[in-house]
Design a protein around this ligand. Sequence first.
Ligand code: GLC
Ligand code: CA
Length: 538
Amino acid sequence: MTDARPERRPAGPAEEGEGWWRHAVIYQVYVRSFADGNGDGIGDLAGIRARLPHLASLGVDAVWLTPFYTSPMADGGYDVADYRSVDPLFGDLAQFDALVADAHGAGLRIIVDIVPNHSSDEHTWFRQALAAPPGSPERARYLFRDGRGPDGSEPPNDWESVFGGPAWTRVTEADGRPGQWYLHLFDSKQPDFDWRNPEVRAEFADILRFWLDRGVDGFRIDVAHGLFKHPDLPDTGTKRSGMLDTSARPYWDQEEVHEVYREWRRILDSYPGQRIGVAEAWLPDTARLLRYLRPDELHQAFNFAFLTADWSAAAFLEVIDSTLATFDGHDSLPSWVLSNHDVTRHVTRYGGGEAGLRRARAAAMIMLALPGSAYVYQGEELGLEEVTDLPEDLLQDPTWERSGRTDRGRDGCRVPLPWAGHEPPYAFGPSAWLPAPPTWRAHTVDAQHGDADSVLNLYRTALRLRREFRHARRLRWLDAPDNVLDYATDSGLACTANMGTEPVEVIARGELLLASRPVERHGDRVVLAPDTAVWWRQ
Ligand code: GLC
Ligand code: CA
């Protein structure tokens, strides 16, 4: 710990009473692609520090940083070689401390990503495991097994990697012969830990303390549902289909994982200032997700059911209603998310082009009025689309190679942000590791800043208004025509969204506060064009 350790913690309206995270808006920074501070074309901590004013003026409460730890970057840093350091590409620990201090000074909390399911194959422990013989304590930190078949040349079971191909890779033993296999649910450069080994557990408890001591406000827990595998490592007998495949598997959502989060909660609670744990868990239903949010476990979990809902009033109503019903009577509140660094940007998912953008604007208003917290992925406040035509030789996501070059992977939502200017890379830095399209000229922060109708100003206004209504806990559905989503919260905010293809006339629900696009008023009636959301003060 250095002298730069911040003593000051943000204390805003959300600090009071029930816990800041319950109604917070948390902004996801994909570090590599946010802002380049030292001019090498790769986003870094210095770049984030320089651009904190953007986040403060946007009006979010906290920032989640994707992994910036020492890593060979086989999976954008989700392959960690040293959990207690900053990769030189992104800065150093002093810069991290300065970022935390600056963020806290600007009223923003900082959440860091922790990757407990797997390390990099370049982590000291994995190198030691490779050098040690089968059955050694070094191998017991990971999941090494003998292969099947007479010469052990078949993988130990039929599990597949989330990125494609088998989830096992065979190693060469010290004597030069083909040897055991190790499990990797993701890339072969991401060996899975054996969480039944107490040494692994102790190590991560210590890593959490390391970052809590440096002042972080919480952790986003990568693949939180994956840590434990069924002890028999049984075959599944079925193929899987990538990240969004939430079907039950002997490697997801095992009971033992909850004991780890109980321990982590005790650690978080032993620090002042309400430090939180957020689960990234892709599960078949919200009821399973809720088990991670029991009062002695984690604070929050991404609600991916909302993210995967199609653009229709029926689909949105279904997912919002069932989520809130599941949370009913529970101490926790849902968190809502439309995009992140693993999925196609929602402008594109909702159809792309003008229509996609209109829907994305309306979706933001639908999300930000809901009870609970919300996550905003960098660039969604600029209305960015997925970049679908990146040159193949620039693709970096391991999915591309592991799928036999059939799945282009997630690079299209990771293109560096456009800040200013008329030419790529739009002041991200002097260059950028992935090229931005010429259409982003109109999407830069600078271009949108002074335009009252821009997506950026819609987010700013919505986030400012939200503060007034943020303590909502409940929602009631209002009588709405077909294709219209219409609800009011117990904090006095109502949201009406026309998700159909025809204009609809609705009765005003109160004072019109905000509209995602212009509306026509006729006395106490308002006409909403297709893909339009409005907020009312009731
Ligand atoms: C999580 C991350 C994703 C990463 C994977 C493996 O799902 O969000 O980016 O590839 O875990 O760590
Ligand atoms: Ca850089």
